[in-house]
Design a protein around this ligand. Sequence first.
Ligand code: NAD
Ligand code: UDP
Ligand code: UDP
Length: 325
Amino acid sequence: MRIYDAQRRILVTGGAGFLGSHLCERLLAEGHEVLCLDNFFTGTKRNIEHLLAHPRFELLRHDVTFPVYVEVDQIYNLACPASPVHYQHDPVQTTKTSVHGAINMLGLAKRLRARILQASTSEVYGDPDVHPQPECYWGKVNPIGVRSCYDEGKRCAETLFFDYHRQHALDIRVVRIFNTYGPRMHPNDGRVVSNFIVQALRGQPITVYGEGAQTRSFCFVDDLVDGLHRFMESEQAGSGPLNLGNPGEFTIRELAEMVIRLTGSRSRLTFAPLPADDPLQRRPDITQVQAALGWQPRVQLEEGLKRTIAYFDELLGQVPTLRPS
Ligand code: NAD
Ligand code: UDP
Ligand code: UDP
């Protein structure tokens, strides 16, 4: 038995990434032991260096596509590159990470009878015909396109989670995360919020793809992590899937203009072709998660952007190589 009944040993895969590092921090603050597993494909030691000396924090360099034998009470499975630039870099590895990674983590959870949460994505809805997207919508995903390694990998992982639940009575939680942003996004991550902020701070052109009329809904990282934690701890909310995101919807052009205004940048917009299979619209229907967990996002886009801009401003100042050449 542990010293405190409520203290758990928790595995966070992808724990050195953007969302994972915030989650590790939150779980330590709740008094738990955290085992952070990562292969550092897109995550960095910098994201977790402030946690390395913590007595309840442990780091394991490992790839989830290989089996792992550890002893834990709960598993948050976040390992997977999330930015289109990164997940398309080695698409076969992306699918393996989602599918083999899910099998290994589910096998681990089955052996330990541990509760396991899967970080799924709004990408399972593809380029949606239904707007906003409720959990009951099955999605419109291209199975053979350049985004499919991520979208279909995550869909298959959801299938595996629900089959382990039905076949092995595993205690699962599946969340579909919508675009989330905040401090510790990688400056070269390629996602829209980090790209626009870094470009604005450097005075470089802001790269809008297409005409910038496509929409996204942006959730601040603290809200998202709170939703993950509440769902994991909830006994009543069922297995999901549950959407987690901020229903505020903005065009990419509106986002670009807001970033320019908040940074006081002189950057101008520049337009590049829309990438293949880029969804035209995306907004979460959060009715279910509000009812199940009483969760809703608190940080609105302008406030969250200010905090993220402050982070990048400091980072670009500290790391000269990230400054423009
Ligand atoms: P991220 O790229 O910052 O973090 C992913 C982490 O997983 C990195 O630390 C990376 O090194 C690690 N990783 C990748 N492949 C691995 C492997 N095979 N074995 C072990 N570790 C591996 O991305 P993020 O934004 O923090 O996303 C975390 C999770 O949330 C991902 O599963 C992603 O699909 C999901 N998600 C994120 C968003 C978002 O907007 N941030 C939206 C939807 C879903
Ligand atoms: N597995 C793991 N750690 C464990 C238990 C299982 O990594 O503690 C992996 C193992 O590689 C296995 C996979 O999880 O292939 C699926 O396990 P499961 O028990 O569901 O299936 P099986 O072992 O029968 O293939
Ligand atoms: N985008 C853009 N400029 C950039 C990066 C992205 O206009 O420098 C667009 C991209 O085409 C997409 C939206 O912003 O329509 C969100 O892109 P991101 O890669 O952040 O996430 P996802 O497409 O996975 O939602």
